[in-house]
Unconditional design. Structure first.
Length: 266
């Protein structure tokens, strides 16, 4: 069987192609964007994820701001691990010996190549949350990420609330609505998710400790039907970036739709 790597390329995508498509979607100078992307869905990009990143930054310009989720996996309460689950006999070992949270140096490969590329940029700011961090670059990056309480992952004191205040847009490139971190704010506002005790290994006054904190049992599985409802009401602008189906919408609209969905259905 012929592998994907051995197939002859019939098209390639460069930075100018991407910029034209982003402009066609209505992205403009000064926009605040929450971005989630699949490089594989876009196609063969000359320069890879750095080309996509540079194209986005060029389109939003110096007055714009890019935000991405920087959620590291593993440094959290092992009782909730699912992929894979963990035997109870290993809980204490994980809590006592997992590397502490390190923001810029966390392993973000689960977040995708574009997130990993942004992480390496020298001007990036990170919110200080061990399991729900955001990273940002641009005009409002420092303000968006400056405060992120442990017990408010996605609530009104989180970076998401400041993004709503800035009239942020969400850009989904080749991924579905369950990748939209911003919709967790609506989930939070609904008050429908149960509380749970989380934990992470952190530096506390120069000492490594396992820190417990109260949060909610967030779950993005319900975000797909919410996105479809937004489409039915013409709240989504759709197009292409490379070969990837791409959707853009207002974060505040997504938050309100999500809140109402949870209030009406849970």
């Amino acid at each position: 069987m012929e592998s994907l790597q051995s197939k002859e390329l019939t098209s390639v995508i460069n930075a100018e192609d991407i910029k034209k498509q982003l402009l066609h979607l209505g992205i403009k100078q000064g926009d605040v964007l929450e971005v989630h992307a699949s490089m594989k869905a876009i196609g063969y990009i000359l320069g890879g994820s750095n080309t996509v990143l540079d194209a986005i930054l060029d389109v939003i310009g110096y007055e714009g701001t890019l935000v991405m989720a920087a959620q590291a996996f593993g440094n959290s309460e092992p009782a909730y691990f699912e992929h894979p689950p963990v035997d109870i006999s290993l809980y204490q070992k994980i809590r006592s010996s997992h590397p502490v949270y390190q923001s810029k140096f966390e392993d973000l490969h689960y977040m995708g190549a574009l997130a990993s590329s942004l992480q390496k940029r020298p001007a990036v700011y990170f919110s200080n949350h061990p399991i729900a961090s955001f990273m940002s670059i641009g005009k409002h990056a420092k303000w968006i990420t400056q405060a992120h309480p442990l017990n408010d992952e996605f609530g009104l004191r989180s970076p998401l609330a400041r993004m709503v205040e800035l009239k942020a847009k969400v850009l989904l490139i080749g991924v579905d609505y369950d990748s939209c971190t911003g919709m967790h704010l609506g989930e939070h506002l609904s008050g429908k998710r149960p509380l749970q005790i989380q934990g992470s290994r952190m530096n506390v006054a120069g000492k490594e400790e396992w820190v417990k904190f109260l949060t909610h049992a967030y779950d993005s599985d319900d975000f797909k039907p919410i996105g479809r409802a937004m489409e039915m009401q013409n709240k989504i602008q759709a197009g292409l970036v490379g070969n990837a189906v791409t959707k853009i919408f207002d974060l505040e609209t997504a938050v309100r739709f999500t809140q109402k969905y949870f209030e009406d259905n849970l």
